[in-house]
Design a protein around this ligand. Sequence first.
Ligand SMILES: [Zn+2]
Length: 61
Amino acid sequence: MITTPIAMPLTAMDRCDRCGAQAKVRVVLAAGELLFCGHHTRKHSEKLAELSADMRWESRP
Ligand SMILES: [Zn+2]
């Protein structure tokens, strides 16, 4: 069973998994969650769309 974690807002402590910049987006995949900055969200958006990722902008760019 998958238990859905309580959505926590991203903070300045949350970092992009690719470059370490402040995370702006939480990407929810079947395998888990990724955090991306705006730059990497755009860079990977096509791939994430293919994976049917649930992308949640936690703060406005
Ligand atoms: Zn990044």
